[in-house]
Design a protein. Structure first.
Length: 202
C-alpha cells in the first residue's frame, strides 16, 4: 500500500509515519525527524508549521493510501466474503504496528486528531456496505437482513471496541479481537452457502 513519494512533503510524511510508529507521539519530535532526514527543522516547518499540523498531515497521508487500497479491494474480482475478511484483517494488521499505549497517547494529547481518526473509520461504512450487498446478491448472506443497518452496526461496534483502553484493560491484541469478532459477525449473517464457503477455506 506504499505509494511513491516524489514531493518533499510526501518524503517528510512517509518518514514521519515511520518515526511515529517506532517512537510514539511522545518521542516524536520535529528535531529528531529533521536529523533522520538530514534536513533543517526550518525546511520541515516550511511545509508543516506546527507539530500538530504535521501529525494531522501524516494521518491524512496514511488515510489517503488506505482509502486507495480499499477501493482497489472493493473493485477486485473476488469472493465478497474473502474481500470482507481481507479488509478487516489487513486494516487490523496495520493497526498492530502501533501499540495501544501509543494510540492512547494520541487520544489524550491530540483529542481533535483522535476524533478525525474515529470519523475516518466510520466513513468506511459504505465500503463495507458495498461488499456486504455483493455478498447478499450472491446468496452468501441471509435475505432477511437489512444491509445498510448491518454495515452501520458493524462500523459502530468496531469504533467502540477499537479504543486503546479496551486493549489495555483486557490485555488482548487488536488482531486477536478482530479475528474473533469477524468470526462471530460473519457467521451471524451467513446462509448455508456462506457458511460452506468459510468452512471450505478452513
Amino acid at each position: 500500500m506504499d505509494p511513491t513519494t516524489d514531493s518533499p512533503q510526501e518524503h517528510i510524511l512517509a518518514h514521519g509515519l515511520q518515526s511515529l510508529i517506532s517512537d510514539g507521539v511522545r518521542g516524536f519530535t520535529v528535531e529528531s525527524l529533521a536529523k533522520e532526514l538530514a534536513m533543517s527543522k526550518k525546511t520541515i516547518y516550511k511545509y508543516f508549521p506546527t507539530k500538530e499540523r504535521l501529525l494531522r498531515e501524516i494521518f491524512t497521508f496514511v488515510s489517503g493510501r488506505i482509502t486507495r487500497w480499499i477501493q482497489e479491494l472493493v473493485n477486485k474480482d473476488a469472493n465478497p466474503l474473502d474481500k470482507f475478511e481481507e479488509l478487516v484483517l489487513t486494516i487490523t494488521r496495520n493497526l498492530t504496528m502501533v501499540s495501544p499505549t501509543r494510540f492512547s497517547d494520541i487520544k489524550a494529547r491530540y483529542p481533535a486528531l483522535w476524533r478525525e481518526m474515529e470519523q475516518f473509520r466510520l466513513d468506511r461504512r459504505d465500503d463495507f456496505l458495498s461488499i456486504l450487498v455483493d455478498a447478499k446478491q450472491q446468496g452468501y448472506i441471509r435475505e432477511s437482513l437489512e444491509m445498510e443497518l448491518t454495515a452501520t452496526l458493524f462500523m459502530n461496534i468496531i469504533n467502540s471496541v477499537f479504543q486503546p483502553e479496551f486493549f489495555l484493560n483486557n490485555r488482548v491484541t487488536p488482531s486477536h479481537v478482530a479475528e474473533t469478532f469477524l468470526d462471530i459477525f460473519l457467521r451471524g449473517l451467513m446462509t448455508e452457502k456462506g457458511l460452506k464457503h468459510i468452512e471450505d477455506k478452513a
